[in-house]
Write a new protein. Structure first.
Lengths: 318, 338
């Protein structure tokens, strides 16, 4: 098992909270508490399906003050690479999984005078811990949450019940759409905006904020994505003198892991920077958010969690 | 279990300077030079536990000077309460640090410290300082002062709590009573680059860009450390700009006769911990002082000290305030390097 995982954990609750979203609670098998974590943190969950291990990052959604349990919410992605499908179909009460330490790529901007959250669909997940923290710290906050229909709005009812004055729900089936121009208008100085949801919604919100003159430094979005399939290629490892085939539906990082090569990682979505690896030869298709434009242009490093070879081979200096 | 022979009566870091290291303290001193020549580098390593008796045996080192250093901190704060400063968005960071220090102390030194938790109701006992206090974690009104001030009045070394935002680290809370010539009220709220602005040479070498990128990625449960050093006249902990009038002139007091006794190598063991609840960072600066006389009891250290001092870059020498007595020190050290 990868040293990237910290604990073995057991499922103590698994609830289908919407037709597509399953809500899991875990406890440590050794009975000890988990580490406290900061709002917006994610953990990587490792699930062994018998032949290999799926490793997916999920936002923690539970209270940041109950460390006996960690909670996540998993949206079923039937067109994805199988991790969420496995979580939905095979992980049940009593199942054991591996879990890494929390890491935060979407932290709350602490000095903000007001926190304005814009969520769409499963993009609500990081805001569950945001709201918990903001409530605890008596911060000024507002949530605008768009869902397809009420049935598909994970946590919508409990949020509305608990924070009727701060939570605004937009149910698209009822023809109610969030108007970003209105939401972003007339906000007090010192407001920070956080956006998490489907790619198009995030892009729209960021574009409108920009058009309205919001400074980039006051607008935050959660941007890590799942690796996309690509052409198969061969990778040569210069130091260990071996060759590995990367299949079309697996990432370079997964191919290395399946060959028992340990690479540090956290987000597995091109944002955190841990898996950065030196490239000696071969053209790269960069898909990450971490490397600078200059680093990408130099062609001598890759984020194997999400980026691939442009041609049919790469040579790595590992 | 770690046993510590706390120095009594208390030693002083001012006026009559009764501070002194025992044989044991000399032996475990963190000698900072890996080579005969010193230059800035990103010299960070994982903060993992070291050998029994070494300064790295425990997460935070409590040594024979504990009681004396805490009294020195009390004196400095009494004269100048601004040596502890904090900004209003730092509450979570402060509780994080209180928890980290209390848990580490209680786990590593059960003979001296204990922490009992019943939900949010905590009882903290510090036997050497005679403290027993019940409080509610997260409720400031149950502590006599700010949480970070409370616990760092009971922990050796200086502490900076950094907030991480905009891919940068901001020095937004600090307890600094043993500063090596920098001012915490002046630096409060500064970004990483602003804070390190005065350091010569290293900016052009790209040291700070690389260091910052590395620090931003420090993970929970995987702290790192590095060593930093300077020289101080007398065993004075508080060499801050606020009291420059008390110590600045001492640099002119060095003669060939008093080098060994007066000049102290001042080593900072700097540690960096990711803070869990706030996603901030704790920057610990644990200062160790040793007189040249005591340092040179180790022939290898004495020889290397001479070579480092002899080859020191003039800009670093100036920045560290060594220029005025450099030649006297070098001449004195040359007796150990044949």
């Amino acid at each position: 098992m990868s040293t990237n995982f910290s604990h073995t954990a057991r499922v103590i609750r698994a609830d289908q909270v919407t037709p597509l979203i399953k809500h899991f609670s875990f406890e440590r098998v050794d009975g000890k508490p988990f580490s406290p974590f900061s709002a917006g943190s994610h953990v990587v969950i490792g699930m062994n399906n018998g032949t290999n291990t799926h490793k997916n990052p999920y936002s923690l959604v539970g209270s940041s003050n109950n460390f006996m349990e960690y909670e996540i919410a998993v949206r079923l992605d039937s067109t994805g690479r199988g991790g969420s499908l496995f979580m939905h179909n095979n992980i049940e009460l009593g199942s054991e999984i591996q879990i890494g330490n929390p890491y935060n790529l979407f932290p709350v901007y602490k000095p903000a005078k007001k926190h304005l959250m814009i969520a769409g669909g499963v993009g609500i997940t990081p805001f569950m811990t945001y709201i918990d923290e903001m409530n605890l710290m008596h911060s000024n906050f507002e949530l605008h949450y768009s869902v397809r229909d009420f049935e598909n709005g994970a946590f919508a009812k409990e949020l509305q019940d608990k924070y009727p004055n701060q939570v605004n729900l937009y149910i698209q089936a009822n023809g109610v759409m969030a108007n970003f121009n209105e939401i972003l208008d007339n906000q007090p100085l010192g407001t920070h905006v956080y956006v998490c949801g489907p790619q198009q919604m995030v892009a729209d919100a960021l574009r409108i904020a920009d058009e309205m003159g919001w400074p980039n430094s006051s607008v935050h979005s959660e941007e890590f994505k799942a690796p996309e399939p690509g052409n198969p290629f061969t990778v040569t490892l210069a130091k260990s003198d071996c060759k590995i085939n990367v299949r079309s539906r697996e990432s370079l990082l997964e191919a290395l892991e399946n060959a028992n090569i340990e690479i540090p990682y956290s987000c597995r979505g091109g944002a955190c920077g841990f898996c950065k690896t030196e490239v000696i030869d071969g053209e790269i298709t960069h898909r990450d958010y971490f490397l600078t434009d200059a680093e990408k242009a130099s062609g001598n490093c890759i984020m194997p969690c999400i980026s691939r070879a442009q041609g049919d081979h790469l040579t790595l200096n590992i | 279990m770690t046993n510590v022979a706390f120095k009594k009566p208390l030693e002083t870091y001012r006026e009559d300077f009764t501070y002194a290291n025992s044989e044991k303290a000399i032996k475990r001193f963190p000698f900072p030079y890996p080579e005969d020549q010193y230059m800035y580098s990103v010299n960070m390593e994982h903060h993992v536990r070291g050998e029994t008796g070494s300064i790295y045996e425990n997460t935070f080192d409590v040594d024979e000077h504990y009681l004396s250093e805490m009294e020195e901190r009390r004196i400095v704060l009494e004269k100048d309460p601004d040596r502890f400063v904090t900004l209003s968005h730092m509450d979570l960071h402060q509780w994080d640090v209180l928890e980290l220090l209390m848990e580490s102390f209680a786990q590593d030194y059960p003979k001296y410290f204990s922490l009992t938790k019943d939900g949010d109701h905590w009882i903290w006992e510090n036997h050497p300082l005679g403290i027993k206090h019940s409080f509610i974690f997260g409720d400031k009104s149950t502590l006599p002062c700010e949480p970070a001030e409370y616990i760092t009045r009971q922990a050796q070394g200086d502490f900076v709590l950094m907030d991480q935002r905009d891919n940068d680290l901001y020095a937004d809370t600090a307890m600094i009573t043993c500063a090596a010539d920098w001012s915490v009220p002046f630096d409060l709220g500064m970004s990483f680059m602003e804070w390190h602005g005065p350091v010569p040479l290293a900016h052009g070498m790209g040291v700070f860009e690389r260091a910052l990128k590395y620090l931003l990625m420090i993970r929970l449960g995987q702290p790192v450390r590095r060593l930093n050093w300077t020289l101080t006249i007398n065993s004075r902990m508080d060499t801050s700009p606020e009291v420059y009038h008390e110590w600045g002139h001492e640099r002119g007091s060095i003669t060939p006769e008093n080098v060994g006794e007066k000049i102290h190598l001042r080593v900072e063991v700097q540690t960096l911990f990711r803070l869990p609840r706030s996603n901030g960072m704790l920057f610990g600066i644990r200062t160790y002082l040793i007189s040249m006389e005591d340092l040179c009891k180790n022939p290898l250290w004495a020889q290397r000290m001479h070579r480092v001092v002899k080859s020191l870059h003039p800009e670093i020498m100036d920045y560290k305030g060594i220029t005025r007595y450099h030649k006297t020190l070098q001449d004195w050290l040359s007796q150990f390097d044949h």
